[in-house]
Design a protein. Structure first.
Length: 130
């Protein structure tokens, strides 16, 4: 957890300090979609069902394999969109739930992740989670 926190705080600063780093390489290293990208919840639903349902459940409400994402703990004020990108890029050590470690998901692109986030946020809003 400490290492994840350090990476969240310092990696962007380190990358920003490297003037010789290509902005596109920096974006990809951070696992971010292109500037101006707009996530599409409909596309995100399809991608969520392809990549995420085995652990997070068909509708994002969790399963025996993984936690619910349609839950107040994953609201944007507590887990910003960047946290989802980092989870896909790096995996996640369990810290809110007693499920195992989420492994990195290298087959999920930054754009795919952005669409998935749009879907999860829409589902959260529909559930009254802001």
């Amino acid at each position: 957890m400490k290492m994840s926190l350090i990476m969240i705080i310092f990696l962007p600063l380190i990358l920003a300090a490297c003037d010789n780093v290509d902005p596109e390489q920096r974006r990809l290293a951070m696992h971010l979609p292109p500037v101006g990208f707009q996530g599409n919840a409909e596309q995100g639903q399809v991608l969520f069902r392809k990549f995420c349902t085995s652990c997070h459940g068909f509708d994002g409400k969790g399963s025996e394999q993984g936690p619910p994402l349609i839950h107040p703990v994953y609201r944007a004020a507590h887990h910003a969109d960047l946290a989802f990108h980092m989870a896909v890029r790096d995996g996640v050590q369990p810290h809110h739930w007693k499920f195992g470690k989420m492994p990195p998901q290298p087959e999920v692109s930054p754009e795919d992740t952005g669409h998935i986030i749009a879907y999860v946020r829409r589902q959260q809003r529909q559930a009254g989670i802001q």
